[in-house]
Design a protein. Sequence first.
Length: 170
Amino acid sequence: MSAVSPEERQERIEKLADLIDDIRICMLTTVDTDGKPWSRPMAVQEVAFGGDLWFFTRDDSEKVEHVERNRKVGVTFAHPGRQDYVTMAGTALIVKDKAKAEEMWSKPLEAWFPKGLDDPHLRLLKVQVERAEYWDSPSSPVVYALGFVKSKITGKPARDIGENEKVDLE
């Protein structure tokens, strides 16, 4: 894929940000020690998406071991109620940055980090998103049904229901 202009990159980031805005839980996929994909749910930190995703993690977690072996990860978001789906691929970094952690800290995190920001195992997992694909379909059952009927009548797949786009952020 060719490089994108700063303006085009910003437009793409804003579209992705709109799609994932209300989705607090995603699936983070790493490559395990056997070279196989492994996914787990993760809470996305409420930071405006600017091309990076941030997660809290522990330095003694399996996902950290996976990232240290292979930094390539996938992140998947789904909002079935809105018919919005996003998959992202990028490079993960394990970050020890107390100031950044403090900026994103919320009370519920104490369940995983009883010592709060002073927990010696607290780390941040930063995903630098390189590419993404999204499916943004109408959530109205009527619109969806009309697309189904149109497909049956024309014999053509209902591809024009909604928007599907691959985006490169590099």
